[in-house]
Design a protein around this ligand. Structure first.
Ligand code: OMP
Length: 239
């Protein structure tokens, strides 16, 4: 069964990725390639991870005018990854353009990647939303509104904190994907994450997928950390 866990490969070289993935060589993972890794290694890292049989979330959070996002997605679609994302803050026209680009660029016979929209980064607090972003609505209202815009635009789901999943599922339906970073084991440092839950809480809240980086990649024993993740998802939370 494919675990609903997406492991963030936040490394700056293919060499570090290979070292990290070595103990997982018997496992087909769902991995996330973000800006740090993609800007250094480019399409080559995608080809290599696909050859190893991993599913891929290419997390570039596209946010630009519709024409630019459409043309960028048309090119990225040729990589045949499983999941890509945009920023919902780009608006409905941009989100629609992302889908147009993905449809146009996906090779014949292949299914286009799922496309989801970042609502509010899990590193954004309610404070920052009001005082820096000058958004007057609550975090929940804002995240739900952005999710509704993403759904209206035809996207497959959103990136949000697991805290907002129940509200999104209620208003956008259970088939609308909720991909939730900001995941930490109870005894982990939060680092720059603000809207954080444990894997166990994320499961209870109904997240479709959880994105987990440093709790695994910076663990003493990443394999043991991944197994702890599986246990927590099964409902055996370890304090
Ligand atoms: O789109 C993302 O993946 C993302 C959205 C978001 O709101 N918050 C967030 O942390 N992420 C990514 O999820 C990963 C979280 O990493 P850790 O904090 O190390 O678990 C990073 O690669 C972030 O870029």
């Amino acid at each position: 069964m494919n675990d609903p866990f997406i492991v963030a490969l936040d490394f700056s070289s293919g060499k570090e990725v290979r070292t990290f993935l070595q103990p997982f060589s018997h496992t087909s993972l769902f991995v996330k390639v973000g800006m740090e890794l993609y800007y250094q290694e480019g399409p080559a890292i995608i080809h290599s991870l696909k050859e190893q049989g991993h599913r891929i979330f290419l997390d570039l959070k596209l946010h630009d005018i519709p024409n630019t996002v459409k043309r960028a997605m048309q090119g990225l679609a040729r990589l045949e990854v499983d999941l890509v994302n945009v920023h919902a803050a780009g608006g409905t026209r941009m989100m629609e353009a992302a889908l147009e680009g993905l449809e146009a660029g996906t090779p014949n016979g292949a299914r286009r990647p799922y496309c989801i929209a970042v609502t509010q980064l899990t590193s954004t607090s309610e404070q920052m939303l009001h005082n820096e972003l000058w958004i007057g609505r609550t975090m929940e209202e804002t995240v739900l509104h952005y999710a509704a815009l993403a759904k209206q635009s035809g996207l497959d789901g959103v990136v949000c904190s697991a805290k907002e999943v129940p509200l999104i599922r209620k208003h956008c339906g259970e088939a609308f994907l909720t991909v939730t970073p900001g995941i930490r084991f109870a005894d982990d440092e939060k680092n720059d994450q603000v809207r954080v839950v444990t894997p166990y809480e994320a499961k209870k809240l109904g997240a479709s997928f959880i994105v987990i980086g440093r709790s695994i990649t910076c663990a003493e024993n990443p394999i043991a950390a991944y197994e702890r993740l599986q246990q927590e998802w099964k409902g055996e939370e370890k304090k």
